[in-house]
Ligand binder design. Structure first.
Ligand SMILES: [Zn+2]
Length: 94
């Protein structure tokens, strides 16, 4: 299946439905948001004010590729307290 929201660097699917997560036991979810300053700096391809959604086929980066661009691992403080991050944060203990 074609990725719906492919990472712009490696092509990995970044978006899974809750059903897929549950059925496939996916743990490394790449559907997340980081603070704006980080995204602006490390995903300069994305124009200002552009909102990436599954419909817009926009600018997605899997966590691994974002970390590669940043040259370091993500940490908990990099993620705002948004609902989109609730499935990720267990990977980043405080
Ligand atoms: Zn990637």
């Amino acid at each position: 299946m074609e990725p719906r929201c492919p990472c712009i660097d490696c092509g990995k699917e970044t978006m899974y439905t809750d059903k897929e997560v549950e059925e496939q036991g996916i743990d490394d979810i790449d559907w997340y948001a980081v603070h704006n300053e980080i995204w602006k700096k490390y995903c300069p391809e994305q124009p200002d004010d552009y909102i990436s959604t599954p419909e817009s086929k926009g600018y997605f980066l899997c966590i691994k590729c974002l970390e590669t661009r940043m040259g370091r691992k993500l940490k908990r403080d990099d993620f705002p307290d948004y609902p989109i991050n609730k499935k990720n944060l267990h990977r980043y203990p405080e």
